[in-house]
Design a protein. Sequence first.
Length: 446
Amino acid sequence: MGIVLATGLFFSVVRCQAQEEISAPVAMLRDYCRDSTPTGYSPRLNVLTLAPKSNLHYLFPLYHALKDEEKFRKIYSDKGFYDEVSQYFAFAADYRTALQYLVKGYDTIDDATRKKIYRTAAGLENVVHADARRYIHLAAKDRKVVMINEAFSKPLHRAFTLSLLADFYRMGFHYLAMEMLNDFPDGRLASVGMNSGYYVCEPVAGELMRSAISMGFTLVPYEDTAAAVHTADQRDSVQAEHIFDVLRKDPAAKILVHASFAHIGKKPLPEGHIPMALAFWRLSGIEPLTIDQTDMTEESNFAYGRAIYQAYTTKFHLTEPSIALVNNAPVNVTDKDLYDLSVIHPPTTWLDGRPTWMNLNGLRQPTYVKSPSKDVFFVQAYYQQEIDQNDNTPWQLVPADQTYTPGGRTPQGANRYLLYLRKGKYKIYFRDINYHIVTSLSIEVN
């Protein structure tokens, strides 16, 4: 059953314009890259990467994207460029700018159709909303396999999956299969680091993996290692095989799968493509419960969904992740039928330029650190134990959190940086705009 927000509306598209002015630190970084030559910059680079010289460098891809935008737009296409840059701002923990760049790559609808969507949303009745975590808990109780997705540029989705882990572990889901995990021989699964997987290097993804390890989950990398040369169907088929391998070895296993986008679709996609969830169902005979997060999060993952989300959250002022119900049955507001459940995330609330959902449902607390120098641009917090176990260096480790957005509620706010941290000991690295370490500081969060 669907809420008819999408059905029957004909729309034309135009190229989307930038939504907001970029923040002061991003403008500073852009101007610096255009006017200077950042340390490590290479005019010969033809692919944006987070790991030059086998070390993590969270500003490196942004240097090149901002300095050589025209070149990389030709390499990636306009939409591809905006998607890539959005992901690298998310890696740098700048969620606001990640969303801004994501939207630049969208087509968008005309004003007349937008007004129709708003009128339709305003007239919706008999819709109730259930707490998404509780609803998913009840829906998953008798399932062997549950699949939930994410959009690469939205760490919010990883934060929500993290919030489900404890309940799922108590229900007997002791395997966590993640597309982002490194499935090559050098994969690092016992602890979090650069070789754990490329997307694990995003700080919230790192926290998702750390939490799963600490709870006792067995981590399952299931990506197709030959994806670069395989067709989409072949890739999804291999992914399904890898997940089914867990059940072949442990028939009693219950598996939570964290994937991306429509890989968790349960119906053929355009041109007959069989997504991973459907391939798994056909292969194993086990129907997975599938949960979408990508359609109904702010900015959605396509222009039409973005307008529906804005209209819907104008009508319904949600404050927590929710499932829409009509006559006690879950519905997908965008009228898609690929998934069993659709999570509607509320619009982000902000504290000093950073999303409050970064508290990870209460696991972390806002912690301010004061800049020791006017040269500081980027602030990173690493777990002290991980630093100690890595020869006292951060080069291949994933920060607990990081930011270049200064702020605070005092006149000295411009010299303070807000980080979201669990209780524990950390080493804070203060870096300049060239990513050089200015100084470091050990702190304990109580």
